[in-house]
Design a binder for this molecule. Structure first.
Ligand code: SF4
Ligand code: SF4
Length: 368
């Protein structure tokens, strides 16, 4: 019965919207770094047949035109700020009022370039909530070890500080710091929390659990109790009223609560106390890689197809027979993982997660 409910719902959602509502749009394979913990590595791209043939501006224009409305886009990579036409690509979605909220994740390595492009994006679109997420995975030595560049810690901190200054000038802008828990930083989460508090005291600190097959397999040797501890550290900060969370739009409180509830659900998944079923990958959530191949999520190796075979019109592909088959398989298999993006959209259709979400919202309401 539960499977039937989710199958019917996810297919109905896909048919109604004709495109994902939460899209990770990879703009490039290129990156300034070669992080040891990166799942989007050469091996991953080879296994998924992701080519270097990146979608052009004109092709992304066609894709944007084929989208009716979309709640959220993450313009990702590789390093998205590497694209010369990043600002113009974003305008394809914002000027046409297609998107309600969007973000760019970055390593923060080139502060001036990131600042310059971010300010231009903010000036182009003065109302649609926008966030830049800077990755910070360690103190100076751990960050260097993970990311391979001597000054990667200093640069990330500088970018966080400068973006936070920019935030004061634009009400619709928000800055996040994101840490991916892996074997290299799992022992220093407490120290990392202090660093984030020092340089980013009034924003969201997002803790992710490493996913996929990292470039260096050693990165994946995680003792999961460290993730549980990281969750407790953030909870303590919230309780001590030292946590602000998201800002920049009306649903900020709910987004912070969603992240808190998501951490709770990940703790349950890794403790074996949360069963699969109701994953929204391939219905509410979707991935487009730089070459136009479309996947339900970053972990499954099965593709929905390539936009190039659909003249860059996503709705044809999104409701193809292959897409429906894979969507049904996701529900039949009761697939489960800790992919944060998909767990976020799962809240929208999984009634069993709502008490956790409500409880975290109440905690934040009382303490922030
Ligand atoms: S984790 Fe991010 S910054 Fe590091 S190599 Fe991968 S895409 Fe680049
Ligand atoms: S549970 Fe994870 S791996 Fe399975 S479909 Fe959902 S996001 Fe993908």
């Amino acid at each position: 019965m539960r499977k039937l409910y989710y199958k019917t719902l996810t297919n109905a959602i896909s048919k109604f919207f004709g495109n994902p509502q939460f899209l990770i749009l990879y703009l490039t394979n290129d990156c300034w770094m070669k992080c040891r913990h990166c799942f989007y590595n050469e091996k991953f791209r080879a296994q998924n047949n992701i080519t270097k043939d990146e979608l052009t501006y004109d092709e992304i224009d066609k894709l944007a035109a084929s989208i009716k409305k979309i709640l959220y886009i993450s313009f990702a990579g590789g390093e998205p700020f590497i694209r010369d036409d990043l600002e113009e690509i974003i305008k394809l979605f914002t000027v046409r009022k297609k998107v309600f909220r969007y973000q760019i994740p970055t390593s923060g390595y080139k502060t001036d370039l990131i600042l310059d492009k971010t300010e231009r994006i903010l000036k182009d679109n003065r109302t649609i909530p926008f966030r830049v997420h800077v990755s910070l995975d360690g103190n100076e030595s751990v960050q260097k070890k993970i990311r391979g560049l001597n000054d990667s810690f200093r640069k990330a901190i500088e970018t966080i500080k400068e973006l936070n200054k920019l935030k004061k000038k634009f009400d619709h802008f928000d800055v996040g710091v994101i840490t991916t828990v892996c074997s290299y930083n799992q022992d220093i989460i407490e120290e990392l929390s202090s660093i984030v508090e020092e340089y980013h005291d009034d924003g969201e600190w997002c803790i992710n659990l490493l996913r996929g097959d990292p470039r260096n397999p050693e990165a994946g040797e995680i003792q999961l109790e460290h993730y549980i501890k990281a969750n407790e550290i953030i909870d303590k900060r919230i309780k001590a009223r030292r946590y602000k969370g998201y800002s920049g739009h009306l649903s900020s409180g709910w987004l912070s609560a969603k992240n808190a509830a998501r951490r709770k659900i990940i703790c349950k998944i890794i403790s074996g106390k949360f069963k699969g079923g109701g994953c929204t990958a391939g219905s509410l959530g979707g991935i487009i890689y730089p070459d136009g191949s479309v996947y339900p999520c970053e972990l499954l190796k099965n593709s929905f197809g390539n936009l190039k075979d659909y003249n860059f019109n996503i709705s044809g592909l999104w409701n193809s027979a292959d897409a429906k088959k894979l969507r049904n398989w996701i529900q039949d298999s009761e697939c489960i993982c800790t992919h944060e993006c998909t767990l976020s959209t799962n809240f929208l259709i999984q009634p069993r997660t709502w008490p956790v979400l409500l409880s975290e919202r109440l905690k934040l309401f009382v303490n922030t």
